[in-house]
Each structure stands twice: as structure tokens, then as C-alpha cells.
Ligand binder design. Sequence first.
Ligand code: FAD
Ligand code: UDP
Length: 395
Amino acid sequence: MTQFGDFDLIVVGSGLFGITVAERCAHELGLRVLVVERRNHVGGNAWSSVDEQTGIEVHDYGSHIFHCTSQDVWTYVNRFTAFSNYRHRVVTRHQNRFYTMPMNLGTLSSLYGRFLSPDDARALVSEEVRASGISDPKNLEEKAISLVGRRMYDAFIRGYTAKQWQTDPKDLPADIITRLPVRYTFDDAYFSDPYQGIPLVGYGALIRRMLDAPGIEAVTSVDYFDIRSRIPAETPVVYTGPIDRYFHNCAGELGWRTLDFEREVLATADYQGTSVVNYPDSDVQFTRIHEFRHLHPERKYGTDQTVIFKEYSRFSQRTDEPYYPIDTRNDKSAYQAYRDLADKEPNVIFGGRLGTYRYLDMHQAIGAALKVFDNILQPHFVDGRPLKHGRHAHT
Ligand code: FAD
Ligand code: UDP
């Protein structure tokens, strides 16, 4: 029976942000850390598990590929597992033809039906951008057209984004689309970071190893708000749940997208030849299909069946898992109100994707957690510095 008063630090949420903080505090400072997780498993959205029927490791919340430029983050995660040399390559299926995604010279040449040199492609896209009259792109649609031209936008972005966000691309922030590289070469790698791969042991085992430090206790299927009253008020808390929920939605609910995954087991050794195929056309309801066997080509999986997930996107309701911040103008001002409240909240550090209302890749969640440890938690527990340093507390 967990005695909630026995801990030096409470971490709410066992996603990569929370468990990085917990691991550092337990391992480096010898603290007793309680990790409280609402779901029935640890690891948040990065969790993976072995599919009982097929023996294939599935990423329960969609394919996760680790990639980063930070040597510190890469060194940190490699303490727990080696990574494969998996390189992510995605194809997109438009009007029953296959194209390379991210958009590169191959995508452009296939769409236009003729070979395009880098100069030809740049000239063609510039001409379309000029014709569109966009000089200072202010939203996702304008940004996308300014990057790849109207025709590519219509084929590969407009329908996909409409399904993914159900929000007018003119109301979405431009930076969402800049996550997708555009290349005037035939390079078809999805990420160009120097460090990339999939944990050889799988994300599930990586997460369990991170939590395996003496001093950490992780409880699952426990909502922090149900046990909060049993934790001494002076115990520091790192909170990685939704920031609006922490403050009882007093400035309004922040907008999120959620995902539904439909699992299918198919009697074939290989359904689609790659781990992810995107479906940008509006007559198909799902946005992409994940086939997990391709994430671990080094493993010897059986050849009689394969497991796929079809991914559907929709607005998040209160009982859903929130995945992607929508971040409209209203959301931005509500979030600002929550940040102001968070600044005044004693003994609590807000972090992670949900706690800072930001899209974070895994390496960003880990990098931000390492900073919180170095700049806030370690100085607090070792030198007795106050927990709050204004805005830095949110990193
Ligand atoms: P989360 O993983 O969301 O963890 C937060 C945890 O807090 C959750 O487990 C939640 O249940 C728990 N929680 C919330 N409220 C409470 C409460 N009241 N009490 C107790 N627990 C609570 N990143 C990449 O780098 N590469 C990829 O390829 C990639 N693909 C992705 C694909 C999809 C479909 C999605 C959704 C995300 C992807 N990501 C990817 C992002 C990656 O999943 C996140 O960076 C990472 O999970 C963020 O970790 P986190 O700790 O901030 O949040
Ligand atoms: N996108 C698109 N077509 C695609 C893939 C992505 O239009 O085939 C857009 C879409 O708006 C998406 C954004 O690019 O939200 C970022 O893509 P990413 O692959 O990073 O998707 P996410 O990680 O958001 O699932």
C-alpha cells in the first residue's frame, strides 16, 4: 500500500518527460520519487507492447521514431538501450498512386508526370507561389502553398490536414507544416537528424528500464486528483497532465485533437511494404496505416500474419486522451492565462506536452526534462534554491 507521505517528489504522468525527471532525481540525487499514472500502463504516448496474437511489437499510440540533433539527449537515452539504424520512409497514396513523403523531387516529378531537375522544380513551385500572391505566409495553408505550390498542397496537404485537424488550414498555425521537410533532391528520408533509430529492446522495455532506479515507485490506473489530498502540501510536484484541468478549466478548455486506432490482423507476411502509408484523399476516412513489423526489420517475426493500425483523427472530448494541441488564437490566450496561474502555483513545476500545451517530440520532452532537472530540481534539492524561477519553470 503506497504511503503518499513518504516521497521527496511526486511526478504526475509517466510519459517521457515525467520518467526522465523521475530517473534523474532518483539516480543522481537518491530521492524517493512517486510516479502517478492515470492510464493502465506507464510510458504515455511512447508506450509499445508485444501484440499477443502476432508477437509483433506495436506502438500503441502510432509509430514512434526517435530522432534528435542533441548529443546530450542521445547519450542519455543510449544509457538504457542501443538503437537500431532504422530510417523512416513514408509513402503517401493519392488517387491510388504512390508518392514519396516528405515531398521531394520524386514526389514533384511523379505528380507533374515528367522528370524535374532541382532547378525545374524550384522554378515551377516559385511560379505557383507567385501566382497565389502569398508573400508573407501567416497560417498553415499559406505556409504550405509558399513551400510547395498550390498543386502539391491540393494533392498531399489540404485533404490530409482537413482530416487530421478538422479546422480550416487558414486557422492553423504555420509551424505545423514546417515539421514536414521539403526537399529539392531525391532524398526520401523522413528525418535528417544525425541521431535516429528505434530502441532495439522496444519503447516499452526502454521505459521500464528508465523507471528501474532504486527510489522510484510507479503506480498506474491512479488519477493524481483522486489522491492529491493524501500528499503533504509541501511535497514538490512535477505535473505533466493537462494544464487546463489542473486549474479546473477556469480559463476555458484548451482545444486538442485525439486519435482512434483501429487494429487489424491480416493473413499476410507484409501488407504495405513499409511502416507508414499516408492517405491524403478526403474520400478515405483514416489518415494513415501503420504496419509495425517494418519498425523492427532486425527481428525474426512470423510470416503468416501482420498487424496494422488505421489511424483516425477527431476533436478530443473530455474523456479522450488529448494528443495534438490545436492552438487557435483562443487557445493561445487561454493558455497564457493558465501560465500566469502556473507561475503563482507554489511547489509545482508544469512540464511535458500536456502541461505546457505544446507539440513535443520524444527528444524534446526528454531534453526539456533534463533542463528542468539541471536548472530547477537539482539546485532545489541540493542547494535549497526555491523551486520557481518565473517562466523557466515551464521549459
Ligand atoms: P505523454 O506521453 O502524453 O505523458 C503524459 C502522461 O500523463 C500520460 O501518460 C497521461 O495519462 C498522464 N496523466 C495526465 N493526467 C494525469 C493525471 N491527472 N494523473 C495521472 N496521470 C496523468 N515523437 C517522436 O519523437 N517521434 C515520433 O515518431 C512520434 N510520433 C508520434 C505519433 C503520435 C500519434 C503521437 C500522438 C505522438 C508522437 N510523438 C512522436 C510524440 C511523443 O509521443 C511525445 O513527445 C511524448 O509522448 C511526450 O511525452 P510527455 O511526457 O510530454 O507526454
Ligand atoms: N501533413 C500533410 N500530409 C501528409 C503528412 C502531414 O498535410 O501526408 C501535414 C498535416 O497538417 C500534419 C503536419 O503536416 O499535421 C505535420 O506532419 P507530421 O508527420 O509531423 O504529423 P504528426 O506528427 O502531426 O502526425
